[in-house]
Design a protein around this ligand. Structure first.
Ligand code: HEC
Ligand code: HEC
Ligand code: HEC
Ligand code: HEC
Length: 469
């Protein structure tokens, strides 16, 4: 419980005193979602001990996988972006602030006078984000540097991320999530509590991008709808891209954990089984008191309480999940293999003097294939949430990657290129070397930043699970 003590003291110590002295009691009202006294860890633990203790238990879920080591080809697909530096599978909610602070993806503080990574990267980690958005405005917040706001992150995925201050009533404190649910005609305040439960998860477990023309504020690209096709239509119409691939010059689209999207089209959603049903099932304490288990974790571990009602045979269910996973993983590896080749074939074509008129069809096919692959693979648990959609996305990605390579074969022939040098993607190390990532140097710089800045000045939650804990 060391951590909780730290969280408690840092929350009260840093924020409260300052706010109270500076702004007086008026702030309690306008700061709807801040950790005011009534929603402090101490108050919440006293009022709702079972929910509090189970929430705190997400700090036990320490394990995670290095995804770049699991499928190094992704490093080539993400070359030119920070994703190629470090990418892990998700773990317990209590690690959210510390992991985003420590990852190589968020780097170090920018040089004086330079613009760094947007503070938007904090958005799905802490209830201090809605608090700061209230204070600075949406764009005022996103215009800040990520590293400049580390000292403000006192709490990690907390009661006030999902509940109205100090109560059990559900809420959606992030403006981008309110907007998004309205875009798909599911405004939060018009939903029943079942759908509201899924939507609180969907604040964070959803795809998004930073809107460049709006100071990098978080936007959920659902204007036309939330499928891969309709999001792609939105991005294509706006000629949006996240970065230009350094080898193929493809304007890349990046998907991020669209769990909400995939679930919303699943057979489970149709019968009213939500994220909450599977990941936060009902539990009983020692006195027989019922409560919702807030240790958001593996769903399959809840087989007896949840799945059994509808899926009577456990081993059949486990087998079917395993099969779906194996099938989806195999297709993903196939797409990756094809896309690595396509990026380098495009690179060879550019080097041999190709122009955009010759390359356009191939480049667009790479863009669209990689988008679908990413929309499937960045959705953690797609094999459980919506295996049909996962398969469809990857089947189409394979077709599009092959199409890109057909176009490229014709271009290469026209330019009399007979040999393409493909990178060695057998391990994370070789793939990172191939795309020019100096992991030792990045790690050294990050470690220095952690030691001088994070360990010294950022609140306790940003150390959780790391050495100085
Ligand atoms: C990630 C979102 C999330 C977080 C964080 C969260 N809750 Fe909940 N909470 C829910 C959901 C969803 C429900 C179920 C609501 C329903 O089905 O009506 C719930 C239900 C409750 C209830 C109603 C009684 C029950 O057990 O069903 C209480 C009380 C509660 N939460 C307290 C807390 C406290 C205290 C914290 C912080 C320590 C917290 N919650 C953190 C999402 C969250
Ligand atoms: C405020 C944003 C936020 C909200 C709200 C939120 N999550 Fe998360 N969730 C995260 C982040 C960030 C991680 C990854 C943390 C890490 O790896 O450091 C995560 C991780 C997870 C994991 C992985 C846990 C593990 O042990 O592997 C599951 C499952 C999960 N969330 C489900 C949910 C469900 C279900 C809800 C709704 C009740 C929800 N989340 C609400 C941000 C959020
Ligand atoms: C039918 C039950 C079910 C529903 C509904 C469901 N999930 Fe899952 N989820 C699973 C299963 C099964 C897995 C695979 C691993 C496990 O949890 O056992 C999983 C995996 C995950 C993971 C990846 C965990 C990790 O460590 O890799 C996240 C994150 C997640 N779910 C979030 C959500 C969110 C958010 C929703 C709602 C939008 C949701 N889930 C709806 C059953 C469900
Ligand atoms: C209220 C009933 C209900 C509950 C509870 C439920 N499911 Fe389902 N599940 C369904 C229905 C309906 C289908 C679609 C028809 C079928 O395949 O049986 C389904 C399908 C599935 C599939 C096949 C996916 C697909 O789309 O082909 C998996 C895997 C699955 N469920 C896992 C789980 C897990 C894991 C849990 C518990 C964490 C769970 N379900 C809880 C009703 C339920």
């Amino acid at each position: 419980m060391l951590f909780n003590k730290g969280l408690f003291s840092s929350t009260l110590g840093r924020n409260k005193g300052l706010l109270l002295t500076l702004l007086g009691s008026v702030m309690w009202i306008s700061y709807g979602y801040a950790q005011t006294e009534s929603a402090s860890p101490k108050a919440m633990q006293a009022k709702f001990p079972n929910q509090y203790m189970s929430w705190a238990a997400t700090s036990e879920q320490e394990e995670r996988t290095d995804m770049l080591a699991s499928y190094p080809a992704a490093i080539v697909l993400w070359a030119g972006s920070a994703y190629a530096k470090e990418y892990h599978s998700p773990r317990g909610h209590h690690f959210a602030v510390a992991d985003v602070s420590h990852t190589l993806r968020t780097g170090v503080a920018p040089a004086a006078g330079e613009k760094g990574l947007s503070a938007s990267c904090w958005t799905c980690k802490s209830p201090d984000v809605p608090r700061l958005i209230d204070k600075l405005g949406v764009e005022g917040f996103s215009a800040q540097n990520f590293t400049d706001l580390g000292t403000e992150m006192n709490s990690v995925v907390y009661c006030t991320d999902c509940h109205v201050n100090g109560s059990a009533e559900l809420s959606l404190p992030r403006p981008h999530a309110q907007d998004a649910m309205a875009k798909v005609h599911l405004p939060f305040d018009k939903q029943d509590s079942n759908m509201q439960g899924a939507q609180v998860c969907g604040q964070c477990h959803v795809t998004y991008y930073f809107q460049p023309e709006r100071s990098n504020k978080v936007n959920i690209p659902w204007i036309f709808g939330s499928t891969a096709d309709l999001i792609e239509k939105y991005y294509d119409a706006r000629r949006f891209y996240e970065w230009i691939h350094p080898v193929s010059k493809t304007p890349i689209l990046k998907a991020r954990h669209p769990e909400f999207e995939h679930w919303s089209r699943s057979q489970h959603a149709e019968v009213g089984v939500t994220c909450i049903s599977c990941h936060m099932p009902p539990a009983k304490d020692a006195t027989g008191q019922e409560f919702t288990n807030h240790q958001v974790s593996d769903a399959l571990a809840n087989y007896e309480q949840v799945c059994q009602d509808c899926h009577g045979n456990k081993s059949a269910l486990v087998d079917s999940l395993q099969q779906a996973k194996t099938q989806i993983d195999a297709k993903a590896r196939e797409v990756e293999g094809l896309l690595v080749k396509a990026h380098y074939e495009a690179g060879a074509a550019w080097e041999a003097g190709a122009n955009w008129a010759m390359m356009n069809d191939a480049i667009m096919a790479i863009r669209h294939s990689q988008w679908r692959w990413d929309f499937a693979m960045s959705s953690h648990g797609i094999y459980a949430h919506n295996p049909e959609e996962g398969n469809e996305l990857l089947d189409k990605a394979i077709v599009q990657a092959n199409e890109a390579r057909r176009h490229l074969a014709a271009v290469l022939k026209e330019l009399a290129v007979t040999q393409v040098n493909y990178p060695d993607i057998s391990t994370k190390q070789t793939a990172q070397q191939a795309v020019g990532i100096d992991l030792d140097k990045l790690t050294e710089e990050k470690q220095a930043f952690i030691k001088q800045e994070i360990d010294e000045h950022w609140p306790a939650v940003s150390h959780h699970g790391y050495s100085i804990d």
